[in-house]
Design a protein around this ligand. Structure first.
Ligand SMILES: [Zn+2]
Length: 505
């Protein structure tokens, strides 16, 4: 049974049966509360993932105009979910009203059995830990009711603690930005996923997996650090302006900045639209003039036809073919673990394990995608004279680990490699290859992008240094641990691919 229905759902059904057979009214109240919670969840959960501080802020601070603007961008699948929800609850209520004797007089043995099942399904991890003497966590109880109450409680606490007066739906930013005469017409940002730079040939890796990045004229940054070691902790800081400030306003981000300077903005992603805690990234993506989540997990077709980063190319070329100034962001699924899924189990060179071999291959695929994007930009320049700029980086690296299949790379925030990502800029203006060895921080990603796009705004701080010359800039060597602690990158131990190869010949 547990394979058909999630354990949490079985627990809810048993709980309802017990309450309803005890007192019908209590059963109906339980049903009503579930219905209201599901409605609320639909509003924020389906589009923004789990109930968190952002979701609560959204409910608390969203005004009518923002809500209306947002509602017009809700995908039809959400309405489908609401429709089925209302149908399901009405069907249950109508059935129970028509059959008042249903679940009316359950015998004691059956009730006893239900209680045992309730404990088994909801509490086996909890009970196991109790007997083993392991520390007990209330979150080990497998029950939607318990988890929902805990999430709402902690989200409310976070929300009331923060001074955040801006909802994630707020879109009005007064950047007053302008782009100067040197700005190009077409800018593309390729946001890679889980790419650790020492695995790239262009950063010294011993295999030929970056023919594009190793040869294309441009600037290679040797010491760019991602803001953190996970997609959300990194990008929720890099894509927004002053994300650490008390009065942080999500309307100030890379997309609204480019828009304010007159760029048409396009976000094309092969990542999930609302998977788990991806919310802060989807929020930025959805402020674009145009966005396309090619692998949208609510589209049933995507369960059958698996989407890859290659599928970003077609919508990219279509967006590029429009006239006028534009910023196109390509957010890849790239080298995310289990990476053999991304490469269809293929790899060119075997290196210690299948997973590491696919990892090298996935980076080769990313490089190939960047090459195709570059060629499209060059073709556009040749035909229409439109200057272009292309920036490639990754949200974070990964760290060496092992699992039952041997060596692999995992999301870990404990060593330097997890923060060491590639950063490469190409474009019409470059005839040679240059190298910047000074540190650059993902925490300054937005001001750096502004400089790159020749955008100025009274909101932006004055430049601490010339980002694109090999000059030392202040405060470029701090990173965020998962815990939210800001630390000096040099305080973390180093464990490079070279060290790994020396230890595992
Ligand atoms: Zn990531």
């Amino acid at each position: 049974m547990a394979t058909i229905l999630p354990r949490e759902t079985i627990v809810s059904i048993i709980l309802f049966t017990l309450l309803y057979s005890w007192k019908r009214l209590v059963g109906f109240v339980y049903l009503g509360v579930c219905f209201v919670c599901a409605l609320m969840y639909g509003m924020v959960g389906l589009t923004y993932g789990h109930i968190d501080k952002n979701a609560i802020d959204a409910l608390l601070y969203t005004n009518f105009n923002e809500a209306f603007e947002y509602a017009t961008s809700i995908p039809p699948s959400v309405f489908g979910w609401y429709g089925s929800l209302i149908l399901f609850f009405s069907a249950v209520v109508i059935f129970l009203k028509k059959h008042p004797q249903f679940l009316g007089d359950l015998n004691r043995k059956f009730l006893g059995l239900l209680i045992v099942l309730l404990v088994v399904f909801s509490g086996n991890t909890f009970v196991k830990n109790l007997f083993k003497g392991s520390p007990l966590h209330i979150t080990d109880i497998k029950s939607t009711e318990v988890h929902f109450a805990l999430s709402v409680y902690s989200a409310l606490q976070d929300s009331s603690r923060g001074q955040n007066k801006y909802s994630i739906f707020n879109r009005s930013a007064d950047w007053n930005a302008t782009a100067d005469g040197q700005a190009a017409t077409n800018y593309v940002v390729i946001l890679g996923e889980s790419a650790r730079r020492d695995f790239l040939e262009s950063y010294g890796a011993p295999w030929n997996n970056t023919p594009w990045m190793s040869n294309e004229p441009g600037i290679l940054f040797e010491n760019y650090l991602s803001a953190s070691a996970g997609t959300v902790p990194s990008l929720s800081r890099e894509l927004y302006f002053n994300s650490d400030a008390d009065n942080f306003n999500p309307a100030y981000n890379i997309i609204t900045l480019a828009k304010s300077a007159g760029y048409r903005t396009v976000w094309i992603s092969s990542q999930g639209e609302r998977g788990g805690a991806d919310s802060p990234i989807s929020v930025v993506a959805k402020m674009s003039d145009e966005y396309d989540f090619v692998a949208d997990d609510l589209n049933p077709l995507n369960k059958v036809i698996k989407k890859t980063d290659e599928d970003l190319l077609e919508p990219f070329k279509e967006s590029l073919s429009r006239s006028g100034k534009k910023l196109i962001v390509l957010h890849l699924i790239g080298s995310h673990p289990q990476v053999c899924r991304r490469t269809d189990d293929k790899y060119t060179e075997y290196f210690h394990s299948k997973e590491l071999s696919c990892y090298i291959e996935s980076l080769r695929n990313t490089d190939h995608l960047a090459k195709e994007v570059t060629e499209a930009l060059k073709a556009r320049e040749a035909k229409h004279g439109e200057k272009w700029g292309l920036l490639f980086t990754s949200d974070h690296g990964l760290d060496f680990a092992t699992d039952q299949n041997g060596w692999c790379l995992k999301h870990i925030d404990k060593r330097q490699g997890s923060y060491e990502v590639p950063f490469f800029i190409a474009g019409s203006e470059f005839k040679h290859r240059e190298i910047v060895r000074s540190y650059r921080s993902g925490l300054d990603f937005l001001p750096l992008i502004a400089s790159w796009m020749h955008i100025s705004s009274p909101r932006l701080p004055s430049l601490p240094c010339h980002w694109f010359k090999d000059e030392v800039c202040a405060n470029q060597e701090t990173v965020y641990r998962y815990s939210g602690e800001l630390i000096n990158y040099h305080d973390l131990p180093s464990y490079s691919l070279q060290t790994f190869m020396n230890e595992n010949p």
